[in-house]
Design a protein around this ligand. Structure first.
Ligand SMILES: [Cu+2]
Length: 163
């Protein structure tokens, strides 16, 4: 039998790491831009903050809408989205293909506290603002969505057209 005093510190450490992985802690911080680590996707790639050609303010509200809900860009442009949350609820802006966002929304329903902090997303607390710097390397029609459980289904989706 292992004495209790030997187990307690282990249990505490385990509880602390679980509390970090779940719950309502501040969302994990995105690492700084590293060009060597950028992975291309069907809708572009993480943008270099030094090469931003355009800044677009996006407002999110508890009406489950983005404003603007339609953004038109040129292929190759690096854009900084400055994402404001004017609501009382947590919101987020996640860029992707319609298919990927749909799949991600399904996953969020199953795992509402799922931790994710990728370059294509900004989680924004009420009254706060976040940022996404993204280079749209492919022409096409893409989307941005709030994947907080129920928000996507309520219509919190916008469109990015890259020409
Ligand atoms: Cu939302």
């Amino acid at each position: 039998m292992i004495p209790h005093h030997a187990i307690a510190p282990v249990m505490l450490a385990l509880a602390a790491s679980l509390a970090q992985a779940h719950g309502n802690d501040p969302p994990a911080r995105k690492p700084a831009f590293d060009g060597a680590k950028v992975e291309p996707t069907a809708f572009g790639r993480e943008g270099d903050p030094r090469k931003v050609a355009r800044t677009i303010r996006v407002d999110m509200a508890d009406t489950m809408r983005f404003a603007p809900a339609l953004v038109t860009l040129r292929r190759g442009q690096t854009v900084r989205f400055v994402v404001h949350n004017a609501g009382q609820l947590m919101h987020e802006m996640v860029l992707g293909t319609p298919e990927a966002l749909q799949a991600h929304a399904e996953l969020m329903k199953k795992f509402p506290n799922m931790e994710h902090a990728d370059p294509n997303m900004a989680h924004v607390k009420p009254g706060a603002r976040g940022e996404i710097v993204w280079q749209f390397t492919e022409a096409g029609t893409f989307q941005f969505a709030c994947l907080q459980p129920g928000h996507f289904e309520a219509g919190m989706v916008g469109t990015v057209v890259v020409k």
